[in-house]
Design a protein around this ligand. Structure first.
Ligand code: GDP
Ligand code: GDP
Length: 434
């Protein structure tokens, strides 16, 4: 379980500053889900080998009206979505009525709460911290987020509340792990039902390590699959029951935990910002990817043409992923999804040998030499596998840090072709011996 931490507090106490500080190691993953979540921001961080997720919120001012009350609503939702709350207060401003209001709310929730007394710089901590104890929320952690001071100690205390789970605590899911992700209402539940088949052979359902998602093991044509059900269809006891609330945390965790992500979009709406965020997260996480445009049944021919062109244009940068135009409702095109899922999984988990990777590298270099840097040619000597799903290829040489992007792209294309890496991101890592 990756603990989820919500940053809560008045505006201006330093939440964004702390957020950036906590997520710096992986800030490429920080996604700003504007629109969908108003001002909630999700990021991932790591400290001492432990991963965690952070949710930043707009802030609660205590005088909510109009847009402010929406922001407060977002903060309250972030609290519900989290495993622990980091409640930020401002040492320079002292205890305010808004802080007391937030404290009152937090005391009613049954969430581990950590009071973070930020902006302790330039104050006498003994005096500055004293008023905050009145809130009755326990130990207080002084920090200076702008200088990362006190942050590690606070984080260690927080994470120690969430011991790492014993490995293999739950039975390992079998076969390819597939996550169907997408915005609310694009047709995830409908597709999940289709993928499982009319006469589905569900071996058993299992509460997963992913928050609230259910892992469904099943068999299709003799192959094993595990579907990570973020849509919550298996939980609905009857069709009337409302769909569970869409949860970004759940979605991001399902992506992280899957082998292959099926990103479902609504063809009648085309690609929207939130689709691109999910796409970005999938690629950053290195997951194999299949894109499906759903609700293809309802479209006029001219509109279909338009959607296809638009997609080609906007998705040029991920030309490695298959795109399917499907109707989950009628089942059209759904069977072909499995072909792409299988192919992407094979590519993502293919065994690579040092010999082969090195030979491809040497051929590529012979074909097209790396440039000279300050009179010395960049040398690339050998390559070896560094991992799967995504495939990681580690390349050794000299001055590799100077390789131009275009050359790195050239190597990536060459490896993609040589290894038939279709449907998966690939990572090249460079090591320099000098
Ligand atoms: P948010 O509204 O809670 O997200 O607050 P921000 O992170 O935007 O910070 C508000 C202001 O406080 C910014 O000008 C920050 O540079 C400043 N700030 C944040 N942390 C500290 C700190 O530890 N010490 C001091 N002196 N200023 C800080
Ligand atoms: P989820 O929120 O992503 O799980 O979406 P649902 O599976 O609940 O579907 C949302 C709505 O879209 C429902 O009314 C479905 O009947 C409808 N829908 C799903 N797939 C299709 C499709 O392929 N074509 C059309 N026209 N409607 C669909």
């Amino acid at each position: 379980m990756v603990p989820v931490l919500a940053l809560v507090g008045r505006p201006n106490v330093g939440k964004s500053t702390l957020f950036n500080c906590l997520t710096r190691s992986r800030d490429a993953l920080v996604a700003d889900y504007a629109g969908l979540t108003r001002d909630r921001k999700y990021g991932e961080g790591e400290v001492g080998g432990r991963s965690f997720m952070v949710i930043d919120t707009g802030g609660i001012s205590g005088e909510e009206e109009g847009i402010d009350s929406v922001m407060a609503g977002q903060s309250l939702q972030a609290i519900e979505e989290s495993d622990a709350v980091l409640f930020l207060v401002d040492c320079k401003a002292g205890l305010t009525p808004a802080d007391e209001m937030i404290a009152r709310h937090l005391r009613t929730r049954n969430k581990p709460t950590f009071v973070v007394a930020n902006k302790v710089d330039g104050t006498n901590p003994d005096i500055a911290l004293a008023p905050f104890y009145e809130m009755g929320l326990g130990k207080i952690f002084p920090t200076t987020a702008t200088h990362r001071k006190g942050v590690r100690a606070m984080l260690d205390a927080v994470l120690s509340e969430f011991p790492e789970p014993e490995a293999e605590e739950v039975e390992t899911p079998q076969g390819v792990k597939i996550a169907v992700v997408g915005r609310p209402n694009v047709g995830k539940s409908t597709l999940v039902n289709r993928l499982l088949g009319e006469d589905r052979v569900v071996v058993f359902d299992m509460p997963g390590t992913t928050r609230d998602s259910i892992y469904i093991n099943y068999e299709r044509h003799g192959a094993n699959y595990t579907l990570i059900d973020t849509a919550g269809i298996r939980r609905r006891k009857n069709v009337k029951e409302t769909v569970e609330k869409f949860s970004i945390v759940k979605t991001l965790q399902a992506i992280d935990d899957a082998n292959v992500v099926v990103l479902l979009c609504d063809a009648s709406e085309g690609l929207v910002e939130q689709d691109l965020h999910l796409l970005g997260h999938t690629i950053e996480a290195g997951r194999a990817l299949v894109i499906a445009l759903n609700k293809w049944d309802g479209l006029e021919d001219s509109h279909k043409e338009y959607v296809k062109n638009e997609l080609d244009r906007r998705l040029r940068f991920i030309d490695f992923a298959d795109i399917h135009y499907i109707s989950a409702k009628h089942g059209t095109g759904v069977g072909h999804l499995y072909d792409s899922i299988e192919r992407a999984y094979q590519a993502a988990t293919e065994k690579m040998s040092t010999n082969f990777l090195t030979r491809v590298l040497q051929d590529a270099v012979r074909e097209h030499q790396p440039p000279m840097i300050r009179g010395h040619r960049i040398k690339l000597r050998y390559a070896h596998p560094g991992g799967n799903n995504p495939p990681i290829i580690v390349i050794h040489g000299n001055q590799t840090g100077e390789l131009p992007d275009a050359y790195v792209k050239y190597l990536e294309r060459t490896y993609r072709r040589a290894l038939d890496l279709h449907g998966t991101p690939v990572r090249l890592e460079f090591r320099s011996s000098e």
